[in-house]
Design a protein around this ligand. Structure first.
Ligand SMILES: [Zn+2]
Length: 88
């Protein structure tokens, strides 16, 4: 990687960080309520694209016609609250 490529890579990385800081939305797991990532939503030509989940193990589906639901795909990351103790 030459110097110009390093500068371009660094600028692209900083631009991505800035975009996520400005326009990113934190998402939480519907199962455990813990943070699951940060995304930028792109809606163009009838397609929905979520930028930022490329390296996350998150399952996305529609909770209703208007809302998305995010869940951890890996059970070890999902920290579900412990069930209340059974009454004696
Ligand atoms: Zn979870």
């Amino acid at each position: 990687m030459n110097l110009l490529e390093k500068i371009q890579w660094k600028a692209a990385y900083r631009w991505r960080l800035l975009r996520f800081r400005l326009w990113g939305k934190d998402i939480t797991c519907a199962e455990c309520g813990q943070p699951a990532g940060r995304v930028i939503v792109h809606l163009r030509a009838g397609r929905l694209r979520l930028e930022g989940l490329e390296q996350s193990d998150v399952i996305v589906d529609f909770a209703s016609r208007e809302t998305l639901r995010f869940r951890h795909a890996d059970a070890s990351e999902c920290r579900k609250p412990a069930p209340p103790p059974a009454a004696p």
